[in-house]
Design a protein around this ligand. Structure first.
Ligand SMILES: NC(=O)c1ccc[n+]([C@@H]2O[C@H](COP(=O)([O-])OP(=O)(O)OC[C@H]3O[C@@H](n4cnc5c(N)ncnc54)[C@H](O)[C@@H]3O)[C@@H](O)[C@H]2O)c1
Length: 335
């Protein structure tokens, strides 16, 4: 198959490309290599893919309508894995327009490209942040998600709504994946795993928000990648009318699907800090701080639907995953 991976220089995009390389596909990866975080890390991820003969990189901004339309017309993709986005909850308070450009305009341009290019399946990234501060756990895709508490979350929810419209109107099969706190080697410098490790190894205090009273459904990168690759072959089909009437809010007649993709077990933030201490052999100096605006106290994924669709359950627990990350970090940064 001919595949497009957007955000290929990103944390998840790089890992997905690496996993799919050498399997007989022709892969085109695009990324605008923006400087939201260290561009050298994005470049290093691309360098890591340089040996993959079947992966071709093009620098392209998804917000550029004509360029995206031209790419889809020239290439003729069978399937699209759309991971490029402006990520990060806290940054969306300072730079809202970056989210409109990448996540709304960019997502629309991808949908248009898929529509006109008759793409067979679009798999795109949503986020656990759409659940906002919901009390009911674990979070299920049938839960109400009408109360996002950050613009980032609002754009991710909008992505799902836009995808549904295209599935309904143009018979474009789409699958949204709500990712839950992904961590692991080649991870993102703006996320806790990275910040904690950097601080602990440097002997600096690490900021712990909500005084440590938070929990996250931390999901190891390999488990996320396996879920994405498997779901790529589970192409949603149009359903009979009856399915809508009997179903929960995440069902409809359109060839549209939506899944949580997480480990399925919440980890208390302080246990995560302890795992970093164990893996580094150093003691953490915690700088306890109040809750950050836009942040949510906990996440926990109900992953049954994804298991039913793919037969896969995440395998890597937090001790093992943190250990693997710290090993990569020390080797990459030579610390
Ligand atoms: N990592 C997580 O824990 C997590 C959790 C929930 C959702 N997600 C979502 O998963 C996806 C991948 O996340 P990630 O952690 O790999 O993030 P990332 O920032 O490492 O990767 C995103 C990539 O997209 C690129 N990009 C951004 N805007 C672009 C544009 N307009 N045109 C082209 N490229 C652009 C960036 O340069 C970056 O390399 C994102 O959609 C993110 O919102 C991630």
């Amino acid at each position: 198959m001919k595949l497009l991976i957007t955000g290929i220089a990103g944390f998840i995009g790089h890992a997905v490309a690496k996993r799919l390389a050498g399997q007989g596909h022709e892969i085109v990866g695009i990324d605008n290599l923006n400087d939201y975080y260290d561009v050298a890390l994005k470049q290093a991820r691309l360098d890591d893919l340089a040996d993959c003969q079947d992966v071709r990189f093009e620098r392209l901004d998804l917000a550029e309508r004509a360029a995206v339309a031209g790419l889809f017309e020239a290439e003729g993709f069978d399937r699209v894995i759309h991971l490029a986005a402006q990520a990060g909850v806290r940054y969306s308070l300072e730079n809202p327009h970056a989210y409109a450009d990448a996540n709304l305009v960019g997502h629309l341009n991808v949908l248009e490209g898929c529509r006109h290019g008759r793409v067979g399946h679009l798999v795109y990234a949503s986020s656990s942040s759409v659940y906002g501060a919901n009390d009911k756990v674990p979070f299920a895709t049938s839960d109400n998600v009408d109360h996002p508490i950050s613009l980032y979350a609002a754009t991710k929810k909008a992505n799902e709504l836009m995808a549904h419209t295209y599935s309904h109107l143009y018979d474009l099969p789409t699958t949204g994946l709500r990712f839950f706190t992904v961590y692991g080697p080649w991870g993102r410098p703006d996320m806790a795993m990275f910040k904690f490790t950097r601080a602990v190894l440097a002997g600096e205090p690490l900021p712990v928000f909500n005084h440590g009273d938070m929990s996250r459904d931390f999901t190891y990168i390999d488990d996320i990648v396996e879920g994405i690759v498997r779901i790529l072959d589970v192409v949603p089909e149009r359903r009979p009318r009856a399915a809508v009437e009997a179903g929960s809010p995440d069902t409809g007649t359109a060839p549209y699907a939506l899944y949580n993709i997480g480990h399925g077990s919440p980890v208390a933030l302080m246990d995560f800090v302890r795992a970093v201490e164990n893996a580094t052999g150093r003691e953490a100096v915690c700088d306890f701080q109040p809750m950050q605006p836009g942040d949510v106290p906990r996440t926990w994924a109900d992953t049954e639907a994804l298991f039913e669709a793919t037969g896969y359950r995440p395998r890597i627990g937090v001790e093992e995953g943190v250990h693997r990350f710290v090993e990569w970090y020390r080797e990459y940064y030579k610390v």
